[in-house]
Design a protein around this ligand. Sequence first.
Ligand SMILES: Cc1cc2nc3c(=O)[nH]c(=O)nc-3n(C[C@H](O)[C@H](O)[C@H](O)COP(=O)(O)O)c2cc1C
Length: 468
Amino acid sequence: MSESFTLSFRPDISLTLEGDRLTLQSTSESLTLEHPKPGLRSALEQLLHSALTIAQLTALVVEADGVEAGLDFEADLQKLIYLGWISHSVLPLATAVPIAENYQLITPVFDWQQPLTLSRFAFLHQDNQQFVLESPLSKAKIILLDWRSSALIAKLVQFNSPFTLENLVETLIDAEIGQSFLKLLIATQMIPLEPETKALAQWEFHNLLFHRQTRSERLDDLQKSKLPRFEDREQLGVVKPPMSNRVIPLEKPALAILAQTDCSLTQAIEARQSIREYDDLPITLNQLAEFLYRCARVKEVYNLEDNPLNMGEFTKRPYPCGGGLYELEIYPVINRCQGLNSGLYHYQPLSHTLHLIADKHEVEVLIYDAWKATGQQDIPQVLFIVTARFGRLFWKYHAIGYGLILKHIGVLYQTFYLVATAMKLAPSAIGAGNSEQFGLIANLNEYEEASVGEFSLGSLKQTNDNPS
Ligand SMILES: Cc1cc2nc3c(=O)[nH]c(=O)nc-3n(C[C@H](O)[C@H](O)[C@H](O)COP(=O)(O)O)c2cc1C
């Protein structure tokens, strides 16, 4: 299989020679060879250019250093391939660049008459002025070097007239090169030879892509994650600047007294449930204030002593957050609350204040959407719309950033649930919301900050089981 491909180092890998010492350097690791023999040295230098196959490289080593050295070289090359340091090319069409470790090209047994189609998980996109084929099933990204490779890929999605090697000759490229290109796509799992398993069939394209991209870091992301400085302080400060000067100061609850009177953790966890029916007497401003204080206030602002990235200040809050960066913002939408006018507010967790940003008539649509999502039971008295200021995380947690935000939403929801239970309020998470609509009302740039979660809250119906 690999005889069809020429080999080269992954583009970020450099080779330096100092005297008799040869060093290979990737973004995260380096490998030094003392006194490399001439054949080995020349083969490694060839790997900077992607012109030779494994057999040709090994022949170079054998010719200069002997047969045994050739065998060692082949074994070492396999280790480099496994580490993801080696790209495979079919010139002039394409190069497969590893994006994950434990890299292996799959060597399939197949019949050239077999119809071939591109995997439904494969996708093409422009990256760094290159046309790149990727798939969450593949540990490689295929850089298309020539327009004919894009044309061949277009052929491979024509399910009605499936592509076989025989059709190739009619197309644009020398049959042998075309065959090697197909082999590369098969070896990197861009073309499946087997039907999808039941387990794979249940995956939507975007779910599998998101899963793969947000679990472990890709080899080609390591470069990016050499952390940039935390530059845009103004916009990405530790708390969002006040959004309006129509300020509602909030009471702070006496935590020492609550620590004596609250139900136990076990009782809170056991009693917690999603409740979408409310008492006629709505939640009060003081309850809302206590709820926000206990769930989401800034407890402390501090500086890291060892802060080489110049990241500015950090905060401590009641719920945990990756990197302590706290990107989530809470916007209470008030429908019915004793002591507070209806409308859209932003919660300032440092000053523990609410800032009115839109009046009731502008936000009715948000309440309506939430009501629909809760099965049209009682209309939520308070709806919390939670946004993320993406930049607070993305500069550091590049590829896993969005996944991390969703984890933070989960963490905040559970804090909301438990505090609401302890306070004898009626909480419910809401699984969907309209980010675009909210962005328009709150005047947000969707790529800087957008809603990522919704949660409803209200007063608990007074019954014999729920005395006030
Ligand atoms: C992430 C998440 C999303 C949810 N979305 C909704 C929703 O859109 N509408 C709703 O009425 N309940 C929603 N719920 C509440 C669940 O329906 C509820 O947690 C589940 O039925 C279990 O009931 P319990 O919370 O009373 O134990 C959601 C819960 C979570 C954790």
